[in-house]
Design a protein around this ligand. Structure first.
Ligand code: GLN
Length: 534
């Protein structure tokens, strides 16, 4: 029988409920329990797949090919385990399934309503995750902010969940405590209001977590406690820290693990304090050798657009003692102003990340060419492998019109073209090549050196692929195929033979990288940057 911890948010969004939920999961794991986390997203999209990265940040892809909210990435990284499609529930999914059931007549003529039908559907999905995972703790993060209209069915569903079995559920509410400079004060009124809002719908939080720029002092904790109906030690302060990975340790200093366990009448199973996680967090401050990387892409305005990628790069950097500084360079600027943006020994490496659509492509091609001709370490991910192939075809093989079907379908030389399985696909949602595929690695390649194995399994999210008609010419001129998907003979990785590190991969290695298991390609790439001398 699982215990349930429901995490809600108040006052405003982007407070870090995902990091808090993931950190709580980490704490409970380290106290000897099994944990899973699921995210409820109240938006009406069925999944995150067709959402614009500018608006929502990156789309995270699970091993089983679901396109999910980026919080799933936090969960996987903190828990050091992989989650599944069922760990992300959206309003779109639950409405869709209720309406489909209604059309099939499954409600036997009853009026179909938000309560109990929609809330019932939500509850059954939570139960399904508990049953499938058999986890001791199921942490459920409710997206959005208390008071949002679209979040109400989810809050009602978790209230019903608790009401049915109060001994096995608790609530943690994350709020914002603003700091007022003019009076040098932390203001708790918004927190009081937001907990008031929760209580109005029948939810009494067990823990109140105060986010803010500053630590909440003891007297303020007592005030929040009084107004919110919790003991003072159940008010947790969570100011901004230098790394999100330090949040579990910070929460443990306030005995959050103990508070959660004792509210279920439980005790920790282990007393280890120097856990692998704690030891990992020490490496963050020990990374001293500075290196500078340019990510040349199109989604540079929003930090979250390359979230997993930045995390993976840091995992690789911390594992190798590198203090990595990442600059986001707009590929359109490179297109307009040229490679001088990358010039003058500013960077120790260039990375072109995944992306869709034509805008800024020529800038990415220039960046790949710059890395190739300047012996600068290069990692091309998905689109980044595709642009590197186009650049190589144009400038090494002298195929002037080389392009991708995505950007110039009329080109005579489509180095990158639509996968046969994608021809005729009309629907946008959930129709790409998604999820994990096992690749065979070419012996003696850099990819093999990085993975130290003869196969690799990484996640995918793309429609286009390398055109095998050009394979021999590429290989004859020093661009080696480093990994393939043997079932369909798809090129999954290309690398330059005579270059310190120039690797393109069709998959997304950033999605599986975790602090306790850094992605091998990121470790190898950072090592190449460390070896690079300006
Ligand atoms: N747009 C390219 C494709 O669909 C690359 C996708 C990506 O980078 N994720 O193949």
């Amino acid at each position: 029988m699982s215990k349930f911890i429901f995490v809600t948010g108040g006052v405003m969004s982007s407070l870090g409920k995902g990091i808090f939920s993931a950190s709580l999961g980490r704490i409970l794991l380290d106290e000897g329990f099994s944990v899973t986390i699921l995210k409820m997203d109240p938006y009406l999209n069925v999944d995150a797949g067709v959402q614009n990265p500018f608006e929502h940040g990156e789309v995270f892809v699970t091993e089983d090919g679901a396109e999910t909210d980026l919080d799933l990435g936090h969960y996987e990284r903190f828990l050091n385990q992989n989650l599944h499609r069922i760990n992300n529930i959206t309003s779109g999914q639950v409405y869709l399934s209720v309406i489909e059931k209604e059309r099939k007549g499954e409600y036997m003529g009853h009026t179909v309503q938000i309560i109990p039908h929609l809330t019932g559907e939500i509850r059954s999905r939570v139960t399904k995750v508990a049953e499938a995972s058999k986890a001791d703790f199921v942490i459920v993060e409710v997206g959005g902010t208390v008071g949002d209209i679209e979040g109400l069915p989810f809050l009602e569903a978790i209230r019903e969940f608790w009401a049915e079995d109060p001994a096995n559920s608790i609530f943690a509410h994350l709020t914002y405590v603003p700091y007022l400079e003019t009076t040098d004060e932390l203001k708790t009124k918004p927190t009081q209001h937001s907990v008031g809002e929760l209580r109005k719908i029948g939810i009494q939080p067990t823990l109140v977590v105060a986010r803010g720029v500053k630590e909440l002092p003891a007297d303020q904790k007592r005030k929040v406690a009084l107004f919110c109906g919790v003991p003072a030690d159940h008010v947790i302060s969570l100011p901004n820290l230098t790394s999100v990975y330090k949040v579990p340790n910070y929460l443990q200093e306030q005995r959050v693990g103990h508070l959660v366990l004792s509210s279920f009448g439980m005790a920790p199973r282990t007393a280890e304090t120097e856990t692998p996680w704690v030891r990992f967090t020490w490496t963050i401050d020990q990374a001293k050798t500075p290196r500078r990387l340019a990510i040349v892409g199109k989604y540079v305005q929003l930090n979250d657009a390359y979230l997993s990628l930045r995390e993976a790069l840091h995992h690789g950097a911390w594992a190798t003692g590198c203090d990595l500084h990442i600059d986001l360079v707009d590929s359109e600027d490179v297109e307009k102003q040229g490679v001088r943006l990358l010039d003058a020994g500013k960077y120790d490496g260039i990375l072109v990340p995944g992306g869709f659509g034509k805008r800024g492509i020529e800038g990415m091609i220039l960046a790949a060419g710059y890395a190739r001709t300047h012996n600068l370490p290069y990692l091309g991910i998905c689109l980044g492998m595709q642009v590197a192939s186009i650049e190589f075809a144009r400038n090494v093989l002298s195929i002037a019109d080389a392009n991708s079907q995505e950007f110039k379908p009329e080109s005579k030389d489509l180095i990158i073209y639509l996968m046969p399985s994608q021809k005729g696909v009309q629907k946008l949602g959930g129709t790409m090549r998604l999820g994990v595929y096992e690749n065979t690695i070419t012996p003696g390649s850099r990819v093999q050196e990085a993975y130290g194995a003869s196969t690799l399994s990484e996640r995918h999210r793309h429609r286009y692929e390398f055109n095998n008609d050009y394979r021999t010419a590429f290989e004859e001129h020093g661009m080696r195929v480093a990994a393939v998907y043997p079932e369909e003979d798809l090129v999954e990785s290309l690398e330059l033979e005579n270059h310190p590190f120039f690797v393109g991969v069709q998959f997304h290695p950033e999605l599986s990288s975790k602090p306790l298991q850094p992605g091998p390609l990121f470790v190898a790439f950072v090592k190449a940057m460390l070896a690079h001398e300006g």
